[in-house]
Design a protein around this ligand. Structure first.
Ligand SMILES: Cc1ncc(COP(=O)(O)O)c(C=O)c1O
Length: 326
């Protein structure tokens, strides 16, 4: 949990932290879910594992499967970031790069392994234990800050991070650690792939699949998340919101946080920071909030995106709220 004093001033909020998940093994928060899921799958007798992935979950599964001594197969879209593809080729028993999106990767694996005994599918929300691993992010918020923040801004794709934290809050209340108050949960998606945002804005209980999901934030390229209904419930139950940002806003946010805090965000994390700025501009954030936004992975897994970051303001210091005019 990194205190971001300059970002707090930039956005004009009371306090701001970045929950930085880039230090997990394999460089993303996906390790939290896979560590638990692989341990449980092995304990319950699975002999072989597979997962379709937008990229990072595949690397995490492959690493933990290797540690557990289990063979694994990973399939991902053929245009996934190069680091994801290379990591999985090196770690997994079998790796497949398929045309299309994560849903096509899932179909490919189900067909390939149909009828094979002892093979277990670790797809998002098709087994319970990845969620159990992800929920630890919710516990961390309390343990690291001493009390829960007012607002949590999270880049949502398949949804397990958001849903897991929501579950953690209920558990912590049952344990008597917190009262009934909850952080307002904000789901951030990309303009071209915003099923949960569209569902939220339309007042629906489920997501609205996008027509052409294309974004640099590859972890958010999940057009039909299985967790759409649960995400929408979590957002509404906590008086949160959902919003989409553009790839341009994301790139600008990445550059800004790099300059102001010396922190390189992954594109999904940069999208979350872009959303904070928009929410403040629109007045949804009033300025008195203690806020946490998530950096869900390492920027170094996205060399193609970093190559697009340009310094539009080279040499000019960024102005913060409270700075004196020159
Ligand atoms: C870096 C990164 N951030 C966010 C997400 C979305 O995560 P979730 O499934 O918890 O919504 C992903 C999913 O692939 C990801 O790789």
């Amino acid at each position: 949990m990194l205190p971001m004093e300059r970002l707090a001033r930039r956005a004009g909020v009371k306090a701001c932290w970045c929950k930085d998940e880039s230090f997990n093994p394999t460089g993303s928060f996906k390790a939290r879910g896979m560590s638990v899921a692989v341990t449980m799958a092995a304990a319950l007798g699975a002999r072989e594992l597979y997962v379709p992935t937008a990229g990072n979950a595949g690397g995490a599964l492959a690493a933990y499967a290797a540690r557990a001594g289990l063979p694994c197969a990973v399939a991902m879209p053929e245009d996934s970031p190069s680091a994801n593809r290379l990591e999985v080729r090196a770690l997994a028993t079998e790796s497949f790069e398929v045309p299309g999106l994560i849903g096509d990767a899932g179909r490919f694996l189900r067909e390939r392994y149909a009828g094979r005994e002892g093979v277990f599918d670790l797809s998002t929300l098709k087994e319970p234990y990845r969620l159990e691993g992800k929920k630890t992010m919710g516990y961390d918020l309390l343990l690291e800050l001493g009390s829960l923040p007012d607002v949590v801004v999270y880049p949502a794709g398949g949804g397990t991070g958001l849903i897991g934290m929501w579950k953690a809050f209920d558990e912590m209340q049952a344990l008597g650690w917190i009262d009934a108050r909850r952080p307002r949960l904000v789901a951030v998606q990309m303009e071209s792939c915003a099923p949960v945002v569209e569902g939220f804005l339309a007042g629906r209980d489920e997501g609205v699949p996008p027509l052409a999901p294309r974004t640099l934030a590859s972890g958010l390229r999940v057009p039909t998340p299985l967790g759409d209904r649960l995400m929408l419930r979590a957002i509404r139950a906590t008086c949160g919101t959902a919003l989409a940002v553009s790839d341009d806003e994301m790139l600008h946010a990445l550059r800004e946080v790099a300059r102001l805090e010396g922190l390189l965000l992954c594109p999904e994390g940069a999208a979350a920071w872009a959303a904070v700025l928009r929410l403040r501009e629109e007045g949804w954030l009033e300025g008195n909030e203690r806020l946490v936004f998530f950096n869900t992975g390492s920027a170094l897994k996205y060399p193609e995106v970093l190559a697009l970051v340009r310094p539009p303001d080279a040499g000019r210091p960024l102005r913060l709220v409270g700075d004196q005019e020159a």
